[in-house]
Ligand binder design. Structure first.
Ligand code: TIU
Length: 224
């Protein structure tokens, strides 16, 4: 396959990538985090903050697909018997419902339940990779690194929720495995806006110690 070398105007400096070696990663855009009655709300969060990024994420996804780029979707999801959910995770804090409990969209954070599905607007195509992950990071317990190596993917462009939890954890895991990562700042959100801002700053500080950040318009400009 021919190389398609592109460069995004990013912080702290340009992010060069080869489209054929880059995947768009969409972290956990699931009903459980974005809609009322899911895991996010059981933790005491206002989920309406997260829905605001959906149209922007969709615009990027549409352009990325049109450019022929690889897409990876993740879901935070546990097996129905919760054998992949450490008791420490299930028992943490004082949520209104715990992982595995029956909620208005089915069992909280359990694979296959209505609440665990990716929202309709960003529904994966059959040709795209969907990773169910038991942790906050997308590499832990998923075999994703081996899959990406097989596909010769070296660069990852991130969208999704929440910025400081699953997105940041996944980007840090990616960094330690040698990937160059870019976070699209208007395609990620947190229940706590000050944490989103701090996370973006932490990622690109110290000469892109974790990765690059840029608004989606900068990526769209080079895809067009
Ligand atoms: N609670 C919170 O902010 N996030 C999560 O539990 N998971 C993800 O970020 N997907």
């Amino acid at each position: 396959m021919e190389n398609t070398l592109l460069s995004v105007n990013a912080t702290p400096f340009a992010y060069p990538f080869d489209l054929q070696k880059t995947a768009l990663v969409i972290i956990d855009m699931q009903r459980d985090f974005v809609e009322p009655g899911g895991f996010g709300e059981t933790l005491g969060n206002d989920v309406s903050l997260l829905t605001a990024i959906v149209p922007t994420c969709k615009e990027v996804l549409t352009s990325w697909r049109a450019a022929g780029g690889q897409v990876i979707h993740t879901r935070e999801a546990h097996l129905p018997d919760l054998s992949d959910c450490p008791p420490a995770k299930r028992n943490r804090g004082n949520p209104t419902l715990r992982i595995g409990d029956e909620g208005p969209m089915g069992r909280i954070l359990v694979a296959g339940e209505p609440g665990n599905q990716i929202i309709d607007e960003l529904m994966p195509l059959d040709s795209e990779i969907v990773i169910d992950k038991p942790g906050k990071g997308m590499f832990y317990g998923t075999g994703l690194h081996e899959m990406l190596q097989e596909l010769d993917i070296t660069h990852l462009i991130f969208m999704g929720v929440t910025t400081e939890v699953c997105v940041q954890t996944s980007m840090r895991e990616a960094n330690d495995r040698g990937y160059d990562s870019l976070l699209l700042t208007d395609c990620t959100e947190s229940y706590l806006p000050e944490f989103k801002a701090s996370t973006i700053a932490m990622i690109h500080a110290q000469g892109a110690i974790v990765g690059w950040t840029a608004p989606s318009a900068q990526l769209l400009a080079v895809l067009e």
